[in-house]
Design a protein around this ligand. Structure first.
Ligand code: NAP
Length: 246
């Protein structure tokens, strides 16, 4: 029997993924802020799949909740083989330019906090032995700095590099690391934002993630065409790129 720990489990993408994992026989630990709000969702999953679904209180900006996280979850809920880092904070770029607290929240949630959590999970999975995995949800926004969201983009870019390094470190172990770079996804994070295009559903993204994880892919752009969109964007010469209103 396999157990997955999903961090940021109130996210629309996390819930679509949780449904798919439970349907495929995984027990789950759903970690989130105000995790009690997930009880109806967890009850529905238990009823429909017969899997064990536990809730875990988790706020990444509280260091005490991050330190020793993996061992505490394993101690209370049982050993787990898969850690999925989904939480993220888009924030408001224009506010982050003048409000250091907003900038710090964007950077700490998406990068430093995420990196500390990943270190916890990697150490646990490596020490536990046997097959395991880490899935980290980064973003295409991390592929190039743009004026409209460079605080979030820089943090996600840092997260992508951290995941890449972790994958390199764990390559000779049975722990696989998958970096996920979604394009626009229809979730509360993007609702009401202008200028979105080619918006995917959380279910489509969750299906892509699970398929990529099973195939032991290293980096997933989801939907697939974002790989080519970002290839084009990354290759625009800086002298031209800096003048674009992106
Ligand atoms: N939607 C997109 O277009 C898109 C594109 C690329 C990448 N992504 C990434 O995909 C992931 C999932 O996002 P989503 O689109 O599903 O958006 P979402 O529904 O807004 O999910 C984000 C989740 O992160 C949690 N979170 C934020 N700050 C946290 C903190 N300090 N501690 C613990 N949890 C925290 C939120 O918890 P609460 O529910 O308690 O607020 C929320 O459930 C994120 O990493 C996001 O950056 C999204």
């Amino acid at each position: 029997m396999s157990r997955a720990l999903i961090l940021g489990a109130k996210s629309a993408i996390a819930q679509a993924l949780a449904r798919r994992l439970a349907e495929e026989g995984w027990d789950l630990v759903l970690a989130a802020r105000q995790s009690g709000q997930l009880e109806p969702f967890a009850a529905d999953l238990r009823l429909r799949t017969g899997r064990e679904v536990r809730l875990w209180e988790f706020e990444v900006l509280e260091g005490g909740q991050v330190e020793g996280l993996a061992a505490r979850v394993a101690g209370e809920c049982g050993p787990f083989e898969l850690g999925v880092l989904v939480f993220g904070y888009l924030g408001v770029q224009r506010r982050a330019e003048v409000d250091r607290a907003e900038l710090a929240r964007i950077l700490h949630t998406n990068f430093t906090g995420a990196a500390l959590v990943l270190s916890e999970l990697a150490g646990y999975l490596e020490g536990k032995g046997g097959p395991g995995g880490l899935i980290g949800i980064s973003s295409v926004a991390g592929d190039r700095g743009r004026q409209s969201n460079y605080a979030y983009g820089a943090a996600k870019g840092g997260l992508s590099l951290f995941l890449q390094g972790l994958r390199n470190r764990l390559a000779s172990s049975p722990v696989h690391v998958l970096t996920v770079k979604p394009g626009f996804v229809d979730t509360p994070m993007t609702r009401g934002l202008e200028g979105l295009f080619l918006v995917a559903s959380p279910e489509k993204v969750a299906g892509d993630i699970l398929r990529a994880y099973k195939k032991k892919k290293d980096i997933l752009y989801t939907p697939w065409f974002w790989r080519y969109i970002m290839y084009f964007i990354k290759n625009i010469p800086e002298g031209i790129f800096k003048r674009l209103k992106l």
